[in-house]
Design a protein around this ligand. Structure first.
Ligand SMILES: Cc1cc2nc3c(=O)[nH]c(=O)nc-3n(C[C@H](O)[C@H](O)[C@H](O)COP(=O)(O)O)c2cc1C
Length: 307
């Protein structure tokens, strides 16, 4: 299913966006009322729309009345801890005719600090007639499944998890980890390249435009590591894996610090890379063998430190 998202603050802009979305083949229009960045909020859009639920509902009702596409809305819990008003926002949106509401379980001020509040997302899901799509901190297929089942949401949404591991959706569909080999992962990166060539043009100009986006994507893609359920399932129930603090000691820094020459540094970094891959593979194999054994949950500290 393909949807089209806009940030807008007038009915006219929303209707115009809906027409464009329809022409582009979209099946729904989503209105972004969760974005906390200044660029959006200073213009009264994104999470700034949460300040006035009545005005937001009026806009959504106006767009929904004219739109040929179902209109959904994406929100956060509120502006900050003292202004959590998602219950009232959802009630207004229900009456305004929203087809679904995606709730990111954090406030705008919170950005990505602390875990998303799935307790509150679940309360909303259980008390609303409009379908609630829960969002926040989903990195693995088993976290997605657990959130979906425990919250009672109609669906769950992944943001960063999908940027880190674009095959997350397939894992969810198949209900298992897909442990892609290096060449399969390169295939995914090349697919991204092919989309960029299609979008920006397969020429020097297109290549330069793509340069702006690749570092950003690779920042996410390089955060990937296999997290098999048999090894990390129990830990994920304690704390979302996406928020699990990485070990701050990093042998790569030591390698660079201690190297007497560039060649020494290259050799040390290659050795560390190979050791890590071997460690992960071993961990995955161990997880696979003991899949389903709940006692595996206790011994994660040491494996986590390797990440
Ligand atoms: C780089 C980046 C860009 C984002 N852009 C949007 C956006 O355009 N619209 C939107 O509704 N949310 C956007 N988000 C927020 C995500 O949709 C999502 O609500 C948030 O990351 C929490 O989900 P997660 O914990 O699964 O990442 C963005 C998040 C990130 C990290």
């Amino acid at each position: 299913m393909f949807g089209f998202q806009v940030a807008c603050k007038t009915i006219a802009d929303g209707i115009a966006a809906s027409k464009l979305a329809k022409e582009a083949g979209a099946q729904f229009l989503d209105i972004n009322c969760g974005c906390p960045i200044h660029e959006a909020t200073r213009r009264g859009m994104g999470s700034a729309m949460l300040r006035k639920p009545r005005a937001l509902a009026k806009m959504v009702a106006g767009i929904a009345a004219e739109s040929e596409l179902p209109v959904t809305v994406k929100v956060r819990l509120g502006e900050n801890d003292k202004k959590i008003n998602v219950d009232s926002v959802v009630r207004f949106l229900e009456r305004a005719g929203a087809a679904a509401v995606t709730v990111h379980g954090r406030t705008a001020e919170q950005r990505y600090k602390k875990a998303a509040d799935w307790g509150r997302v679940g309360e909303l899901a259980r008390s609303s007639s409009v379908p609630i799509i829960g969002n926040g901190d989903i990195l693995t297929h088993y976290e997605a499944r657990a959130r979906l089942e425990e919250s009672g949401c109609a669906a769950v949404m992944a943001g960063r998890g999908a940027l880190i591991k674009p095959w997350l959706f397939l894992e969810f569909k198949e209900g298992r980890e897909l442990l892609l080999t290096t060449s399969e992962r390169v295939g995914v990166y090349r697919l991204l390249v092919s989309y960029m060539k299609e979008h920006f043009g397969d020429d020097e100009r297109g290549r330069r435009k793509a340069w702006y986006f690749f570092p950003w994507h690779f920042d996410f893609l390089t955060r990937y590591r296999p997290l098999p359920e048999a090894v990390y399932g129990a830990q994920s129930r304690e704390h979302p894996l996406i928020l699990t603090r990485q070990d701050l000691t990093d042998p790569r820094i030591d390698a660079l610090w201690d190297a007497a020459s560039d060649a020494d540094a290259v050799a040390a970094l290659e050795r560390i890379g190979a050791e890590r891959c071997a460690g992960w593979e071993e961990e995955v194999r161990a997880g696979g063998r003991e899949a389903g054994d709940p006692s595996r949950g206790g011994g994660l500290g040491s494996t986590e430190q390797r990440g």
